[in-house]
Write a protein that binds this ligand. Sequence first.
Ligand code: NAD
Length: 431
Amino acid sequence: MEELDPLNIVRDRFDEAASFVPGLKRGLVDFFKAPKRIISCCFPVEMDDGSVQTFQGYRVLHSNILGPGKGGVRYHPNVTRHEVMSLAALMTWKCALVNLPFGGAKGGITCNPKELSEGELRRITRRYVVELGDDIGPHTDIPAPDLYTDEQTMAWIFDTYQVFHPGENNRAVVTGKPIELGGSLGRLEATGRGTVLVVQRFLDRMKIVDLKSVVGKRVIVQGFGNVGGIAAQLFHEAGACVIGVSDSIGGVVQEEGLDLAAVNLHKEAEDTVVGTPDTLTVSNEDLLAMECDILVPAALGEVVNANNAELIKAKLVVEAANEPVTPEADAILNARGIYVLPDILVNAGGVSVSYFEWSQNLANEHWGAERVNRQLEELMFDAVDRVVDQWIKLNEVASEDPDRTISIRTAALVSAIERVARVTLQRGIWP
Ligand code: NAD
């Protein structure tokens, strides 16, 4: 059985990458593997029926070496301390890779939002923010939306923080806000847009035989939510042929290319893509194993794993979701010559536009969509170039050892770790 503790996965991947960072001192390795701060809080909330329920919340600041912590807050029954710790570490490496002035953080509350009313969610959110106190703030740690939290949740977080910090410009305490409350144009589409930009730049740079650009290439996207739905649309607009998409109910396929407008209409009406006219229904398992050029898991973690990695037929797997490819699957795909573009690169578009939102809030500005998208493209292209250059450099060294091939993931992590290590030493170990 493949061991899938998210914290161990992040730490093992860190160890692998750290072994390629020259001169990284043992003490720094330990420092980068442990979170700087873990807040675990338990609080009671009055429910609509007058009863009281106790909720468990977390906020983990993994690192603030590059700047204040940055990372989402998720509301989900499966939220655990280890999950939040692992996602906080991923945020550190993601922000470092894209050159953002942020450290990494993550938060969560163990709850089932599908069973909670809006009033209950508001009270849970406000109480959580009070529990966090000054451990969040525009210059300390800045939350954002994640699974089952949205711009409404962010508005409540801002409002609660504002109550305790009157007379200050507090908009930058949280990103992913409604536009009227200081949210940024382009934030909603940013992760899907970033995904397509990363793939385009990567193919430009790598000149892979039979996969030199997305034009005319067959793309499959698992997940048709914010990230997957936007990515599918933008792949189509870039000239790719999107032949399959899915949601939690199942997948739909059309070998000639899906009519995405029809898929969207069906999803709006029926709350699922399954049943869109002129499509074949398949299971999520079968969708992942279909013949295609580019496979984009954009829903859940660990969907490409030891059980199905041998079945994947794509030439390129694009991690739009967080951690969709497990370590054993990584090794299998790498050995089969299938490239995996890692989450810390692929889905960094979201936190990049969160950074633009934070900058706009601090300067009391509101940027146009064109500016946001242009700056997003610059950040994404720069990050891909850095990763590809690093990958080429590492593989030149590794070519002396025929058993060792370096993955794109390791190259991305090496770049991120090098930056955080450099800045740690520039700042000087305190005192
Ligand atoms: P979302 O809730 O908008 O969409 C999730 C989609 O996944 C939905 O279509 C849902 O039906 C589908 N899904 C759920 N269970 C599934 C299953 N078992 N099989 C197939 N599909 C399933 O969420 P999102 O914002 O699009 O996020 C998707 C992933 O991207 C998550 O892993 C999230 O952490 C990651 N991510 C999101 C952002 C962002 O800005 N939204 C940024 C970085 C990473």
